[in-house]
Design a protein around this ligand. Structure first.
Ligand code: GLC
Length: 661
């Protein structure tokens, strides 16, 4: 579906511009410029103004807000997880929830498009039982396609999309993701991450488009793919996007004491940066996200910032940072969408739960992701605490009204009051050939060729091909985290092709596969060894597993079995190509690199491993460029473009090219 290209902000208000663009699309420009004086005239047909789809959204918000009790308003600011309500959806009405989410891996019993849509609609039916019939938002982490849902098209994770340097591709990828998400029920995605990953040991490096904030900004066409042009949020192929995690989630410093203490050495840590660097690296990407792409929700980070040049030495948690959320984001940047907390994030704030709630609300957060998730605290506790905060004056009613107005505005823009239930008209496109063709193209465009001695690649001719390595035939490893389960799983199976499948499709010679390279290696064989990481997500990704690093640190090293496969194949085959399937650079000792004829970083290509093979065999040229610096040793981390002393193995932006055969 064609979009109206985004235009930069004019003197019109954001609302006015959105209405203008929407009307331009609908060919009723004249009407959009003149306030709809007849709005009141329509009132008798629809009853209350808020139920009148022809009334300006601002009037609908004001009318509904005026009808809401404190319980309605506090409930609207509350988000529960599906496991909190699935056994008894009537709780959604009891608590008057504004939203429900699926955490990573939290899926309906029938994990299919129909199963998801039926689940979301069952919850929606419960929400509409409330006195004012306010529909819920359903949120999900569609961070590389609707990865929780079996049958979804799974795309490369953001680090691979950053390597493509193709903003139009990213917009198409997220448009398809929006189609497959909305067709299965959820109208809200917690994506894209605008994280600028600076220390590759971070378990969320692969969720970043790269280490350079200008590259991250370039890829914010993702928001256009998700939301469409202003005024298109109510369409079945668009969803509400979330810019996350505000701000500086990727700038945290490595804390070795945490690694030894069982915590996360990087994730959710402290940014120890100057205010200038924080503005340049953390805040900068949010400006185009708001001004150019009109993102309509933002999620604060678990991390803290401790400005090294303010002399105060006190780290402030993003979830309580009123200066940044209310001051910078809402007042200075005129962000008019809603702010949603991260998973139980306010519980990391100082004080009692009541104090944590007040701190988060007063900082400017509007919606609170407060699942039980095995803890003693959940949505009803949040509701009770906030209600008491309002009654005792700790939280002013003006803040509540601001938060609820933002939430309602988004719901009106999504068309939820007119169409609360899932529009299943595009359900038949989920996982279809066209979507998978896009996934294959995205995988192919994200490949980065780092070494190619003697023009080993692209492979041609009818020589035998010998494939080895633990990541050659593994959907789980090539998809990575946030796939079916929160952490992903090496044994996951999803629709698509593995890299080995792709090699078998593209090779004109016979293909032998031996994961551990124990099968005989023909001396004239083209060797391909596919190695890399096992799946992870968030903090656990700060470690590379106890088997590789007993003290729980991140070495970014190959496993012993992968290294052995490389040694065997590179010693015996006629040529030796190593393909790395990982969410970040990996450490390759010089002597091992010297044994490789060619080296490719495939990142986490998703459901279409055939896209990796397409570059290996010349069906697609290598065009990808490193979105992050590739270190020589782990001790170089963090190492980033622009550093004073900069001596990486491969620099940011590096990537060899080949021609299509
Ligand atoms: C997680 C992540 C966030 C995600 C949220 C909901 O902890 O930090 O990125 O959107 O919880 O799953």
């Amino acid at each position: 579906m064609p979009y109206v290209p985004r235009t930069t902000r004019t003197t019109l208000s954001q609302r006015g511009l959105r209405a203008l663009l929407a009307a331009a699309c609908a060919g009723t420009l004249a009407v959009a410029l003149v306030p709809d004086a007849s709005a009141q005239a329509h009132q008798p047909q629809h009853g209350p103004t808020y139920l009148n789809p022809k009334a300006p959204i601002g009037q609908r918000v004001t009318d509904l807000l005026g009808r809401m009790t404190l319980a309605d308003k506090v409930g609207q600011m509350t988000q529960a997880e599906r496991s909190d309500v699935d056994a008894d959806p009537s709780l959604i009405a009891t608590w008057r929830l504004g939203s429900v989410l699926s955490g990573g891996g939290s899926v309906p019993t029938d994990n299919s498009v129909t199963g998801w849509a039926d689940m979301v609609d069952r919850y929606q039916a419960a929400a509409l039982q409330t006195p004012l019939h306010i529909p819920i938002l359903y949120g999900v982490d569609s961070v590389h396609g609707h990865g929780n849902m079996l049958g979804a098209t799974v795309f490369p994770h953001n680090i691979g999309l950053g390597a493509s340097r193709d903003p139009q591709l990213v917009e198409q990828v997220e448009h398809v993701t929006a189609i497959e998400t909305r067709a299965s029920g959820p109208q809200w995605v917690f994506a894209p991450c605008l994280c600028v990953a600076r220390d590759d040991r971070w378990g969320r490096t692969y969720e970043s488009f790269g280490e350079d904030p200008s590259l991250v900004a370039m890829m914010e066409t993702a928001i256009d793919g998700f939301q469409g042009a202003p005024g298109q949020l109510d369409r079945p192929d668009h969803v509400l996007a979330t810019a996350k995690h505000f701000a500086g989630d990727g700038l945290t410093s490595y804390d070795a004491t945490k690694a030894l203490g069982g915590g996360y050495p990087i994730d959710q840590g402290i940014d120890q940066v100057s205010q200038a660097d924080f503005a340049r690296l953390a805040l900068a990407p949010y400006i185009p996200a708001i001004k150019r792409h009109d993102v309509q929700s933002v999620m604060p980070s678990f991390s803290s910032v401790d400005f090294t040049n303010d002399g105060l030495g006190n780290p402030v948690k993003m979830s309580a940072d009123k200066d940044l959320i209310t001051g910078w984001l809402k007042q200075q940047q005129h962000f008019d969408g809603m702010v949603v907390s991260d998973w139980q994030a306010i519980r990391q704030l100082p004080g009692t739960y009541s104090e944590q709630v007040a701190a988060g609300v007063n900082a400017g957060i509007d919606m609170f992701m407060e699942p039980y998730s095995g803890s003693a605290v959940g949505a009803p506790d949040f509701i009770a605490a906030l209600t008491q905060n309002v009654k005792d004056g700790t939280v002013p009613m003006s803040r509540i009204n601001d938060a609820v107005s933002r939430i309602l505005r988004v719901k009106f823009e999504l068309g939820l009051f007119e169409h609360p239930y899932t529009n299943r008209s595009l359900a038949g496109t989920v996982g279809d050939a066209q979507h998978h063709a896009l996934a294959r193209r995205a995988a192919a465009e994200s490949q980065v060729l780092l070494k190619n001695s003697g023009s080993t690649l692209p492979l041609s001719g009818r020589q035998p091909v010998y494939v080895a390595g633990g990541s050659a035939d593994s959907f789980g490893k090539q998809a990575g985290g946030w796939t079916l389960q929160w952490q992903g799983d090496p044994n996951n199976v999803i629709p698509g092709t593995t890299i080995l499948d792709g090699i078998k499709q593209d090779s004109r010679g016979p293909v032998t596969y031996s994961e551990d390279a124990s099968a005989t290696i023909p001396s004239n064989a083209r060797g391909i060894v596919v190695v890399g990481e096992t799946p992870y997500a968030e903090g656990p990704g700060d470690y590379n597993g106890p088997t590789w690093a007993p003290n729980g640190v991140q070495t970014m090293a190959f496993s012993a079995s992968d290294q052995a496969a490389i040694e065997k194949v590179c010693a015996a085959a006629a040529s030796c190509t190593v393909v790395v399937v990982s969410g970040r650079p990996m450490i390759i000792p010089a002597d091992l690199l010297s044994k490789m004829d060619s080296l490719v970083e495939a990142w986490l290509p998703g459901s279409e491993g055939a896209g990796v093979a397409d570059d290996l065999f010349g069906r697609h040229a290598y065009t990808g460029k490193l979105p992050v610096t590739w270190p020589r040793t782990i001790d170089q981390e963090p190492i980033n473009v622009g550093d004073a002393s900069y001596d990486p193995l491969f620099p940011y932006g590096f990537g060899l090219t080949t021609r299509v055969r």
